[in-house]
Design a protein around this ligand. Structure first.
Ligand code: EPS
Length: 387
């Protein structure tokens, strides 16, 4: 089974990650991981930090002569911004005159307040360095290895931005492959497939920036090639929709996750909602895919369709009222350099969390210690992508 961990402060020396359980015999290179890291760094609305960073994951272990060994894969991404933060984030205690002034005015909507109280920190910097979405760079790097694995077994995952700041794309991606979705989305500054709506999204970002404000939005993740029966109805923690929802909800600022058209379905009749079946090609086909590829906590062979909504980022150019934790007096929230909108990047992180979350349910059904063994299991399994 797969497990992974990341570590690293946003402005510390580096991010590190460990991915354990990747089967042996998968070809992977730093260049392949770099493709997804570059995609995550793009996006209209990012702050100056993205001009400083050019993320590259170094493979430290678990790969030899271009192939995974089955042993833990360790990655390291340097923070290019680190030299500007050495006195603020050094591990050893600095001389008193080099100690950074503590941050004490939490931003509403951020981890600042609860994190400071929970960990008994007098300086909010101790919270925000880790709660920062910088950490998602490592998730994307680890997931790039999973993407390569899934490509070998005939699966692909893509994403596009559906809304930003009230501008909504109604583009139907039915029939468009995840690779094609990504190819088109990656050429657009907000990763939106509708050029006209993309213009409205950028205008909304510009307006928010001019007002010292931020905007959120929503993105959609599409997966093709997942065989029938990944996940299970037999216990709550094996339901594929629950596993995916938890993974995607873990992305900073994501506040809702829906599968298929469920968000619109609650007020409809059952006959309008469920996907009619008909016999075709020696199996079962569907007239629609409103279920988004999951029924009863299991993949049903249709494309997986997941949507996630992201709240506007909590670091505002015009800060909100707060309380100074050092004095208990009213104050204005701290201001940090940040992004006006990170929805396009979050969509790429969404793909990453989808890839990471699918690994265990997939391995549970088709697993093995090597890619070869898994390929053989796939060939032997009725209804698998190999049929
Ligand atoms: C972030 C604030 C900004 C973002 C950062 C997430 O960084 P900084 O405080 O250095 O300006 O750019 O995102 C990344 C660095 C990244 O790689 O995505 C935050 O507070 O969450």
């Amino acid at each position: 089974m797969i497990r992974f961990l990341t570590a690293g402060e946003s402005h510390g020396p580096c991010l590190v990650g460990i991915l354990e359980g990747m089967p042996a015999g998968l070809a992977i290179s730093e260049e392949e991981i770099a493709v997804d890291l570059r995609r995550r760094q793009l996006g209209y609305g990012r702050g100056q930090r993205m001009q400083i960073e050019s993320d590259h994951a170094r493979i430290l272990s678990g790969v030899r002569y271009g192939l995974t060994l089955g042993s833990p894969i360790a990655l390291q991404i340097e923070n290019k911004d680190w030299p500007n933060w050495t006195s603020q984030l050094r591990a050893d205690p600095p001389p008193p005159d080099e100690r950074a002034a503590p941050l004490t005015t939490p931003r509403p909507g951020h981890a600042d307040f609860a994190g400071a109280v929970k960990y008994h920190h007098a300086d909010i910097r101790n919270v925000i360095e880790r709660s920062s979405a910088r950490e998602t760079a490592m998730r994307v790097a680890l997931a790039a290895i999973c993407r390569k694995f899934f490509r070998e077994v005939g699966m692909s995952v893509g994403s596009h931005v559906v809304s930003i700041g009230g501008a909504v794309s109604t583009m139907d991606v039915h029939g468009i492959s995840p690779d094609e979705i990504n190819h088109r989305a990656d050429q657009n500054p907000v990763r939106c497939l509708d050029g006209e709506v993309a213009g409205q999204m950028m205008a909304a970002i510009d307006k928010a920036q001019a007002q010292g404000d931020t905007v959120g939005g929503a993105f959609e993740i599409v997966t093709w090639g997942l065989s029938v029966g990944v996940g299970s109805h037999v216990n709550y923690d094996r339901r594929l929709d629950a596993v995916l929802a938890a993974a995607i909800m873990s992305i900073p600022a994501v506040k809702s996750v829906t599968i298929g058209s469920a968000g619109d379905d609650a007020n409809r009749m059952g006959s309008e909602v469920h996907d009619r079946m008909y016999p075709a090609r020696g199996g079962v086909m569907r007239k629609t895919n409103r279920a988004g590829g999951i029924e009863g906590g299991m993949s049903n062979g249709e494309p997986l369709i997941i949507r996630a909504a992201m709240k506007p980022l909590a670091t505002l150019g015009q800060p909100l009222e707060t309380v100074d934790l050092s004095s208990g007096q009213p104050a204005m929230a701290l201001r940090e350099r940040s992004d006006v909108c990170a929805v396009p990047a979050a969509a790429v992180v969404g793909e990453a969390m989808c890839l990471l979350a699918l690994m265990n349910p997939f391995l549970e059904k088709f697993g093995g210690d090597s890619l070869l063994e898994i390929m053989n299991h796939l060939k032997e399994t009725p209804g698998s992508a190999w049929d």
